[in-house]
Design a protein around this ligand. Structure first.
Ligand code: HPA
Length: 269
């Protein structure tokens, strides 16, 4: 159990209502946060720790755009061995300290020849191919319904706002479908071909459990993928984690601009 009282104490006088989850190599956004307060996950009793390179394991709380935000640097992946319910606990802890809107970022492989490495994709929907679900087990009706509706999981109005801002900045932001796999291996070429047929535009190893838990808890979601590579078999060179991080860094500059613009307009109040 995550110690909510301790979490609230560490936040002190900060009252963020927007949380941002930063993906692999996308930690740069946290540097743009003004008057930052840093909280190590390790200082919140019961909070899980991160184990992946490029994921810091702390949150930065402060001002971005005209909003107060809680920026999570480091998330929890199924491939690290976490039970998916751990991800729901983290999202529910965010809700308990006042978060009402969640901006999710991730690094993803492209399945769409038009979506090149280094570019961004606004997630309009997902396919949960992980075989797991953060809501498996008893349902707490105080948090949300047993069978949550996913028809507007990636909030239409928030997407509209984000697309308008991207256009203004001339940053390409096509919408696409995100496919989640459990990982940790990258896909085979046959899997990539199959996922394209299934209707996915990008594939990655995160986000979906967070979105499911957030929708269940009544938190609004918007999510953007930084495309770091083409899926296996779509380009001639093999994938490395370094390549992934490098392209994520390129995309992260545009992402920082967009999210900052977004938070100037969308104060969720
Ligand atoms: N596959 C799965 N996850 C990823 C990829 C990929 O090609 N790139 C970045 N995360």
């Amino acid at each position: 159990m995550i110690d909510i009282k301790r979490f609230k104490n560490l936040l002190a006088d900060k009252t963020p209502d927007t949380a941002i989850i930063l993906g692999s190599g996308l930690g740069g956004l946290a540097a743009a946060v003004g008057s930052p307060l840093t909280i190590d996950y390790a200082d919140i009793d019961g909070f899980p720790r991160t184990t992946v390179a490029g994921h810091a394991g702390k949150m930065t709380v402060g001002r971005l755009g005209s909003a107060e935000v809680l920026c999570m640097q480091g998330r929890f992946h199924l491939y690290e061995g976490y039970r998916p319910q751990v991800i729901a606990e983290v999202v529910q802890a965010l809700k308990a300290v006042g978060i009402r809107q969640l901006i999710i970022t991730n690094a993803a492989g492209s399945l769409n020849p038009d979506f090149a490495p280094g570019s961004l994709m606004l997630i309009k929907d997902h396919i949960n191919f992980s075989g797991q679900n953060p809501l498996t087990g008893a349902n707490d009706d105080n948090i949300g319904p047993r069978f949550p509706d996913m028809s507007n999981a990636y909030d239409r109005d928030l997407r509209q706002t984000m697309k308008r801002l991207a256009e203004k900045r001339r940053i390409p932001l096509p919408e696409g479908v995100y496919m989640m796999v459990a990982g940790p291996n990258f896909e085979t070429a046959a899997e990539i071909r199959a996922f394209r047929i299934l209707g996915a535009d990008a594939v990655g190893m995160s986000t979906v459990p967070e979105v499911i838990a957030a929708i269940h808890a009544g938190i609004k979601v918007i999510a953007v993928s930084a495309i770091t590579n083409f899926g296996t078999g779509m380009q001639s060179t093999p994938l490395s984690h370094e390549e992934t991080l490098d392209n994520a860094r390129r995309a992260s500059e545009n992402l920082t601009t967009l999210i900052t613009d977004f938070l100037k307009e969308n104060r969720n109040d």
